[in-house]
Design a protein around this ligand. Structure first.
Ligand code: AMP
Length: 285
């Protein structure tokens, strides 16, 4: 497995690889867990060459967020990537990504006004900018993203379509702990009691899904189930609890088609997110 630190090294590596078949890219911030590995395995099964980027992108963190303390363990990450059959890891530093004079940003409108975009101003501008740069550096045929960050994957689909990027965006289902908690690098922040409490996000989603499957069609009542379930957990502090229509997060008067249930809450130091896609059963005649 090659490790590249500069754009030039990546370009040289990928130029040769592209002649042999599909190139897949898995963008990450490192501190790997089974969710990251699922993306790598999917890429491995579909592409001749698998590239993983590891970069904690300062541009997508707010001034009061956890950029400095974000967990990092590059040596372990490299071992895990190698074990997953990755061909090359790109680990740039900030100077390589944002050299002095850097002034260009990618803004995806509309989709980014809600959910995490509302709670984290500037976050998706940072994500869209770094992902566009990674796409231009690696020029992959396919890029892999987790459904755990559902809004992020949508923002990237939108930007790839709008900017006519010649690549396919693939999304991979959320990998969970046995008790339902979505795997996240930030779970490492949780104390044992907080770790227990953190399952409330998934529990709220399951409860709301079950209500929809039992006939609930009012968005407001579904939001209430999500919010009330999370509010009942003393260690969790609700950020948002929402339901939107898919594919593009439409506001709904009544639930129909495919809907996204999405929640975010702070548990101790960790801001956690989770979501579930529900196919609303058609109304009975
Ligand atoms: P991150 O390192 O947190 O930026 O995540 C890198 C990629 O892994 C993103 O596409 C995430 O959506 C994806 N990812 C993170 N957690 C999970 C998970 N539990 N299951 C599936 N994919 C995930």
């Amino acid at each position: 497995m090659r490790v590249c630190h500069t754009v030039r090294e990546v370009r040289d590596f990928v130029r040769a690889a592209r002649a042999e078949g599909l190139v897949g890219l898995v963008p990450t911030m490192g501190y790997f867990h089974d969710g990251h590995l699922a993306l790598m395995h999917r890429a491995r099964s579909e592409c001749r060459t698998v590239v993983v980027s590891i970069y904690v992108n300062p541009l997508q963190f707010g001034p009061r967020e956890d950029f400095r303390s974000y967990p990092r363990d590059p040596e372990r990450d490299l071992r895990l990537a190698e074990g997953a059959g990755v061909d090359m890891v790109f680990m740039p530093d900030d100077g390589e990504m944002y050299p002095p004079g850097y002034a260009t940003y990618v803004e995806v409108e509309g989709l980014t006004d809600k959910l995490c975009g509302r709670s984290r101003p500037g976050h998706f501008r940072g994500v869209a900018t770094v992902v566009t740069k990674l796409f231009n550096i690696v020029r992959p045929d396919r890029a892999y993203f987790g459904e755990k960050d559902f809004q992020q994957a949508l923002v990237i689909r939108r930007l790839a379509a709008d900017l006519n990027l010649d690549l396919e965006i693939i999304t991979v289902p959320t990998v969970r702990e046995p008790d339902g908690l979505a795997m996240s690098s930030r779970n490492v922040y949780l104390s044992p009691a907080e770790r227990e409490a953190a399952t409330v996000l998934y529990r709220s989603l399951v409860k709301a899904r079950d209500a929809i499957l039992a006939g609930e069609r009012t968005p407001e009542r579904v939001r209430h189930i999500l919010a009330a379930t999370i509010a009942a957990e003393p260690l969790a502090d609700l950020d948002y609890a929402e339901v939107y229509g898919l594919p593009w997060l439409a506001g709904l008067d009544r639930l129909e088609g495919e809907v996204l249930l999405a929640v975010a809450a702070r548990v101790g130091r960790a801001r956690l997110i989770d979501n579930l896609v529900v196919k609303v059963p058609p109304a009975e005649e």
